[in-house]
Design a protein. Structure first.
Length: 576
């Protein structure tokens, strides 16, 4: 077995930096002439960029510029013969280290490949082999994990670099920006692999820039924002929405991970209980996190409850966003009630496209069940999956008066480049446009589109007007065809979750000789309510469920069966 010392034989000795402030970097330093790095340099260098919530250690934008430059130099030394366009994998906790690693790779015109420390070695080995990463960076915390990955045997043995201490550089003098003759950098994230082996999604630097610009215009990040970061960092939500875009805007990012509801409540409440902490103005999370927060709220001390309610009020928490999984209407309503009127903003996105559709900042533009309008620079269309016909504006209802649904297809500067080393999957994911303006990406998600009279008046911006999109589910699994009718699993799940007897719900289609498919509900019950509300004083059951849904959905949408379970497994982003 090789030792860690032998793994380091590929590169120069690692520079172990102690935790201190360095003097100005006087030698000529360069960063690529890209909007991301221009923005970072132009921010007030004394403003906080990253804060570690637990330790309260803070790192300024001046620190960040210096440390990007130092880590960029170390990466060049480790790689030895250049990193342009190379995949640079890295393992880091949610921290300033992560931000420095990510940005130094982008500054090197290389492709940043964040790895999830929670993944088993075998899965990380697959990603390393598929990506053919040239370098593996790691913080000291995950040094052993990095060793295990390499010792598992890789097709291309990477060079290793371990960041031993948190860097905290000083100001930078003589910084210059250089134009890149060939932009080869970007980021690569791997899909969840629910239907096939995970695919590497290559997102170019220009696409990352476009995604950040789109969100800046729609969600109006600013230097006054303090974003509480509760998310894993191998997903687009945690990296683009909650790191790259706030960094471009000059916002502050406060890391608090892994998620602990009591710790989050205490942090939100802190500025309103006399503690000298900045208030949180921006919170983006998944429905599971909001549900956990609300389920633990009543256990908090009264003083904390009072302060926390003030913290999440519209006057203090400027923006609260829910994404990565469908938001049940009851969850949205409970949060609005608890916060004194703060409505969760829903949006739609995926690894391949970043954020594509969003509700608006104006409260009237946050409509239940809708993900809103195409974001700035994003082109969107619906395509009928049966006829392959584009559903033109005005044709959203068929001759029988039924609402038509179709696959969401997207194009524009925010779209990914390719599935890494998988030309067949890339070709299959796109369809040629008929107007000479480029190909459309097939998302596989089904939606309807309609006008909502109370919304879309332009109060959230000129982009948030016209017809709103309503997600029905995945083309492959969430659209159930029963008795000649199409049923949205997400719609039925929302209605089930509105019943007080149900805490969690998943709806699936199972084969049926009579119906083709039949609708089946898998639920986690609220036992305290369910045990008391069945007919005749008996426990609530499937017959009660069907009765309670009669006035909420069409008869063919009501589940034929209900299976009660203790838990519905979810991934890190709250998807079942």
């Amino acid at each position: 077995m090789r030792t860690l010392t032998s793994l380091f034989s590929h590169s120069r000795p690692t520079l172990h930096l102690s935790y201190k402030r360095f003097p100005p970097i006087r030698s000529l330093s360069t960063l690529p002439n890209l909007p991301l790095f221009q923005a970072i340099k132009n921010h007030n260098e004394s403003n906080p960029a990253v804060v570690h919530s637990a330790s309260t250690r803070s790192f300024t934008y001046g620190n960040l510029v210096a440390d990007i430059l130092q880590q960029k130099e170390k990466l060049a030394q480790t790689a030895g013969d250049g990193v342009k366009g190379e995949r640079i994998a890295f393992l880091a906790e949610n921290s300033y280290d992560y931000v420095v690693m990510l940005l130094s790779i982008l500054a090197s015109n290389a492709i940043a490949l964040p790895l999830s420390p929670s993944f088993p070695t075998g899965e990380l080995k697959y990603i390393m082999n598929n990506s053919r990463a040239k370098v593996l960076l790691s913080t000291e915390k995950f040094e052993n994990k990095a060793t295990q990955i390499v010792e598992a045997g890789l097709e291309r043995e990477p060079r290793i670099e371990v960041m031993k201490k948190i860097l905290k550089g000083g100001s930078v003098e003589n910084l210059e920006f250089e134009d890149l003759k060939d932009q080869a950098g970007g980021m690569m994230l791997y899909t969840s692999g629910t239907t096939s082996r995970p695919k590497g999604v290559l997102i170019s630097q220009s696409a990352l820039t476009a995604q950040a610009a789109s969100l800046l215009k729609a969600w109006k990040y600013s230097p006054q924002d303090r974003l509480l970061h509760l998310l894993p960092l191998h997903h687009i939500h945690g990296t683009v929405n909650a790191i790259l875009t706030p960094i471009v805007a000059g916002s502050s990012i406060e890391f608090m991970y892994p998620f602990n509801p009591d710790a989050v409540w205490n942090r939100l409440a802190a500025p309103f209980t006399g503690e000298q902490k900045e208030k949180i103005t921006f919170l983006t999370a998944v429905p599971t996190i909001y549900n956990r927060l609300m389920s633990t709220f009543s256990d908090l001390p009264q003083e904390t409850q009072t302060a926390a309610k003030e913290a999440i009020s519209p006057q203090n928490l400027r923006l609260n966003i829910s994404g990565s999984a469908a938001l049940p209407t009851p969850t949205k309503q409970k949060w609005t009630d608890l916060s004194g009127g703060n409505i969760l903003l829903e949006r739609y996105g995926m690894t391949e496209v970043g954020m594509a559709i969003s509700c608006g900042l104006d409260p009237k533009d946050r409509v239940d069940g809708s993900v809103g309008w195409p974001l700035p620079s994003v082109e969107t269309r619906l395509v009928d999956t049966t006829t392959n016909e584009v559903i033109r504006p005005g044709d959203e209802v068929d001759a029988d008066g039924r609402e038509r649904d179709g696959e969401i297809q997207l194009r524009g500067p925010t779209i990914f480049t390719e599935y890494w080393n998988n030309p067949s999957a890339t070709a299959e994911a796109f369809v040629p446009g008929d107007d000479g303006k480029g190909n459309w990406f097939k998302t596989g998600d089904i939606a309807t589109r309609r006008l909502v009279p109370s919304a879309g008046k332009g109060e959230s911006g000129s982009w948030a007007t016209g017809m709103m999109y309503f997600i029905q589910g995945r083309k492959s699994v969430d659209i159930i065809k029963t008795g000649g009718e199409k049923v949205s699993a997400l719609e039925v799940e929302r209605e089930l979750l509105s019943l007080p007897q149900i805490n969690e719900a998943a709806v699936v289609g199972v084969p049926s000789e009579k119906w083709g498919q039949k609708v089946v509900a898998i639920v986690v019950l609220n036992d305290e309510v369910a045990n008391k509300t069945g007919k005749g004083g008996k426990p609530w059951n499937a017959l009660n469920m069907r009765r309670d849904l009669q006035d909420r959905v069409a008869p063919y949408k009501i589940p034929h069966e209900m299976k009660v379970v203790k838990e519905i497994p979810k991934n890190a982003m709250g998807k079942g």
